[in-house]
Design a protein around this ligand. Sequence first.
Ligand code: NAD
Length: 359
Amino acid sequence: MTLFDSPAFEGHEGVHAFHDEKTGLKAIIAVHSTARGPACGGTRMWNYATAEAALDDVLRLSRAMSYKNAVADLDLGGGKSVIIGDSRTQKSPALFEAFGRAVERVGGQYWAAEDVGVSPADLASTRKTTKYVVGLEGTPASSGDPSPTTAEGVFRGVKLVAKRLWNANDLNGLTVAVQGVGHVGGYLADKLHAAGAKLIVTDVNEPVLREVAERTNATVVAPDAIYDVEADIFAPCALGASVNADTLPRLKGKAIVGAANNQLASHEIGRAVFDRGLVYAPDYVVNGGGIINVASEMRALQTGGSYDPAWVEMKLGRLMLTLGEILERSVAEGRPTHEIAAAIARARIDAAEEARAAA
Ligand code: NAD
C-alpha cells in the first residue's frame, strides 16, 4: 500500500520524513491539520519493526490529536511525531538536537511535546535547535506533569456519568475498576477514594500496584481479571484497545470512563458498547485535561507570559460541559457517544478550514 492509499493518511496536510546520518535520527512528523492553529502533539520514540509501522502510527496519532484539540476547543491543530529507535539504548542529546532541527524545518506548523519514550530532559536538547517545543521544566511557562490535570478531567467525567446514570450526587457506594495505576491512574484512584468510591485496581507493575492499593484501600486483582469484576464503572488507564470483542462481553458495569488513548479496538466496538447499553465517555474528550495543560505552556511561550492555572481550569470546565452535551445527545439521538464526539470535532475543524479558505 502506498502512503496516499493508507486509510490513516486521510486528510493530512503534510507528512515529513527526516534522516540525520551523523546521529542516526530517523523521524517522521505528521501534520494532520493546522486549520485551528499550529499542530501540537507528542513525540514518540519507539522501536518500530518497519518504517511502514512507524508511518501508520504517526498518521493515526496525528489525526487523533486534531480531534482531541478541537473537542477541547484549543486554538491548535493536530500533529504528531515519531523517532524510530529504542529509547533505552539509542537516545543521545545529539539525536534530540537533530530532531529539533527537523521540527524547526517544519517552520512552526508543528509543536513537539512529550510522549512514550521521550522525557523533559530529551526535550531540553530539542529546545536548543527549535523554539517549537513544549513540556520543558524549570521556566515560568512550564506546565509540568500533565497527569494530575488529566486525572482531574477523568474524575469529573466519572462524577458526570454517575449523575446521569444513577442521579448520584457523590460516589459513595459506587465501585470503580481502575486498569493501570501509573501516573494518571494513580492520581485518579486517590481522587475516587477521597470521594467515597470503592476501588478495584490492577497493574502489571507490582510495587506501584501495591502502593496505590494500600493508600486507597483498594481490592487488587490480576491484570486479566479486571474485566470480570463487579464494578459499576470501568476506568481503563493503561494501554489502548482494552475495549474489544473479547473484553466487552465480560464487563459487568454500566459505564467506561478512563484516561487511556484509543480505548476502543475499532469503530465497530464503539457501536457494540452502545448497543449493550453502556455509557462510554469518549477517551479523547475525557482525557483532554493533559493537552489543555500543555496548551497553557504554549500560550505562555507565545506571549512571553507564565503558566496560567486559571485558564487551564476554565478550559477543563468547558470540556466537561462538552462531555455532558455528548452524553445527553447520545440518549436524545440514539447514537454512540464516540460518533457524536467525532462529529463535534470534525465540525469545528471544517468550520476553521472554511474560514481559512475564505480569508
Ligand atoms: P503510565 O505509564 O504512567 O501508566 C500506565 C500504567 O499501566 C503503568 O503503571 C503500567 O504498568 C500499567 N499497565 C501496562 N499494561 C498493563 C496491563 N496490561 N494491565 C494493567 N496495567 C497495565 O502512563 P500514564 O501517563 O498514566 O497514561 C496512562 C494512559 O493514559 C495512556 O494510555 C496514555 O496514553 C493516556 N493519557 C495520558 C495522559 C497524561 O497526562 N499522562 C494524557 C492523556 C492520555
